[in-house]
Every structure is written in C-alpha cells, then in structure tokens.
Write a protein of this length. Structure first.
Length: 406
C-alpha cells in the first residue's frame, strides 16, 4: 500500500473533531448508515482469507477456535505482548522528535500498548489489520485518531483497471486515504495478506482434535479405573456382580470397602504416552510454533535438542533477530504512513535485550572508558535521572552578572 496523502478538503490549520467508530458507523450529521452483519458484507477477492475454514471432515476452524488451542494462544500472546510493550520513538531523519498524540492514544480511550496489541493480534490471526481514520489535525490534516476495525466487518475490492482498493465498513465505502490497512504474509498482486490460521488449519484442527480426544478419553472413563481379582474358584456371576456393585458404591460414596481375603483390587493407570497422546500434542506444539516463527521452547514446548544460550542476552537477541524483527519492521512501516512526511517511527528493542545486572554494568564501564557514552547517558539507560549539577561558585555568578549588564 502506498503512503496515503493528507486530506485537502478542509481549511489549513483546521482540526477535525474526534469521532468514535460507533458514531461513525451509525451515521454522523443525521445520516443513518446501518451496519450490516458480517455475512452480508462484500466478500474478499478470490484466494484471500475468510473468517472460517472447513477441514475435510467438515469441522470448521476459525480464529476463535484457533485461540482455544494453547499453542496458538501462546504464540499470539508472546508476539503481541513483545511488540506492544516496546517503546516507540519518532525521528525526523536522524533527529529524535516529540512523540505525537497519535502514538500516545491512537484511538479514543485506548492507550498505545492496547492498540498495538490488537493490531499485531489481527495480523497474526488474519494476516490483515484495518483502522478507520476518524480524526485529523494540523495544516496538512494528517491522521490524529485511528479506530481499529475487526477484519470480519471489512470488505475489500479493487478497481478493475487501476487496482485502487475500496473498503466497505458497515455498508459504507471508504477510500484508501480513509482506511489504514496493514498486511502480513503478502503475495504479488493480492490486496490482502495471507492468514496463518487459514493456511495452518490442518495443524490447528489436529491440535483441537487431540485436545477433545484427551478430554473425552480421560474424563469419561474410557479406561476402567480398577481391576477386581478373586482367588475363589467357586465364584459365580451373581457373586461377582455383587462384589463389583459394592466396589462402585464405595467409590461413589467415598466410604471404606470390606473385602474377603480372596479378593484383590488393583488400580489401573494408563500412561498417556502409551496411547501416543503426549507425543501427538508435543509434535503439534512444534508445528504451531513453526507456523508463527516462534522458538518452541519460548511457549513451553520441547525443542527436542540441546540448544542452549550462554546468557539471557544471547537468547533475547536470537528472539529479536529471527522472530520479532520482521513484525517490528511491518508495524514501523505502517505507523510511518500515519506520520507527517519526513518522519518515521522506530521501536526500541533494547528493553528486551537487557542482560543481567553484572553484564550491563560491564558494558557501561567499557562504554565510559572508550568515551562514546557519558555518565548521564549511562544513567538514562538504567532509567535513572542525570546527576545533579554543582552550584556555580560566587565568582562565577558575579562574572555572569557582569556579562549580562555589559
């Protein structure tokens, strides 16, 4: 998507009022625009993602079902939490500038970290994130408020000759300068990003099926819990049924059992890995982690190897470099489209790369000795204020006063 141009339909310097998404969909200025149910919206172009994907056995897998699988939830949580909690700085060239209000409270009543969490979650599950620009500010009317819209409520079509997209939200058409659209996993010539849930529906469906099987297998008593053994060779069926009924009653009422010397009770415990249940779950967790590009050990899975890290900083660096960095670039680029020309947003991943106290202090000492960091800069890295400046000597004060008078 190209960088949207600022709106020119208002007088320079005019600030448009903030409008909530609900009011916008309900109609502003007396005009009523009825919101359509998701099924009545325009469908996405052929080959793009839909809200629900059916497996060959007829089972439907959608984003809500996918999030019920712990491995999917863990991957989404890890990436969305990591991106949304990083500090965001704004630069004009190489110079840091003041963070605009848009990157403090991008939507009405929603702080930046919640807003970014929703953006990244939408990208991870649906491959697309949408925001409706509801307020602008400044002489060039750059976006000042972006209300996120659920992908199910957005329909996208392209002009047959120009390819310019049109977005339909709540039965109303919007141009590309009114909708902030972020894509992930893109293909050439396709307007929308690819949904990981759609393309990994077999693996996700397998995990959900294994969870249901385990709950049914171990919860409904598919395996007898006890073995009753009698050493009485003259035991008939009637007596055997009586012993069994007595044992069941004792278990149900949690009362002691009285047995004759010829009867033994042995608990039966079926090891889950004997039924390949644990192995299936372990492999499924690894598959889901590969889909989202997350190290399996970071979501509580078994890496199946001897990969170790020399320190916490090395592990964090590996995560940031190979897993988190692509998502940071996507979001940074998308945020840059909302900022005035010449400005760009940049995440600061140093918070994730902080080593132990001794490792940080060793690095600070080396930086101070080399002269490329000052004491105050080191203190800023440790979230400490600058050292207090010594008061000027009386002679210095007199000299400064004389200079002012002169």
């Amino acid at each position: 998507m190209s960088r949207p141009l600022p709106r020119r339909d208002a007088a320079p310097g005019r600030r448009s009022r903030h409008v909530g998404l609900g009011a916008l969909l309900a109609g502003v200025g007396g005009r009523e625009v009825r919101a359509l149910p998701p099924g009545a919206l325009l469908t996405h172009p052929a080959g793009s993602g839909h809200a629900t994907w059916a497996l060959p056995d007829g089972e439907a897998v959608d984003t809500d079902a996918a999030l019920r699988l712990p491995a999917v939830w863990a991957c989404v949580r890890l990436l969305a939490d990591s991106v949304s909690t990083l500090p965001v700085d704004v630069f004009a060239g190489a110079r840091s500038v003041r963070t605009p209000r848009l990157l403090v409270e991008p939507a009405a009543g929603q702080p930046l970290h919640e807003w970014l969490y929703a953006v990244v979650t939408s990208l991870l599950l649906r491959g697309n994130a949408y925001g409706l620009i509801t307020a602008r500010s400044g002489a060039a009317l750059w976006p000042a408020q972006v209300e996120l819209v659920h992908p199910d409520l957005v329909g996208v079509t392209a002009h047959p000759t120009t390819g310019v997209p049109t977005y339909r939200i709540g039965g109303r058409a919007y141009g590309s300068d009114e909708v902030w659209h972020v894509r992930a996993h893109v293909l050439p010539g396709v307007l929308l990003g690819m949904s990981p849930v759609e393309y990994a529906r077999q693996s996700i469906g397998l995990g959900l099926g294994a969870e249901r099987f385990g709950a049914s297998f171990f919860g409904s008593g598919a395996v007898p819990s006890l073995l009753i053994k009698s050493m009485n060779p003259d035991l008939d069926q009637h007596e055997a049924d009586a012993v069994k009924a007595a044992v069941i009653t004792s278990q149900r009422t949690r009362t002691p059992m009285v047995l004759n010397p010829s009867t033994e009770i042995t608990p039966i415990s079926l090891r889950p890995d004997e039924a390949q249940f644990v192995e299936t779950q372990r492999l499924n967790v690894a598959q889901i982690a590969r889909v989202f590009g997350v190290p399996v050990e970071m979501i509580g899975g078994d890496a199946g190897g001897s990969l170790t890290y020399s320190n916490t900083e090395a592990r964090a660096l590996d995560f940031v470099r190979y897993c988190l960095s692509p998502w940071l670039v996507r979001v940074e680029t998308a945020l840059g489209r909302l900022l005035p020309r010449g400005q760009h947003a940049k995440f600061n991943p140093d918070a994730l790369l902080r080593g132990t106290t001794s490792e940080r202090y060793t690095a600070h000492e080396a930086a101070l000795r080399a002269g490329w960091l000052t004491v105050d800069e080191v203190r800023a890295l440790e979230d400490l204020p600058p050292l207090p400046r010594p008061a000027a000597a009386p002679a210095d004060v007199d000299d400064q006063a004389a200079e002012v008078v002169a």
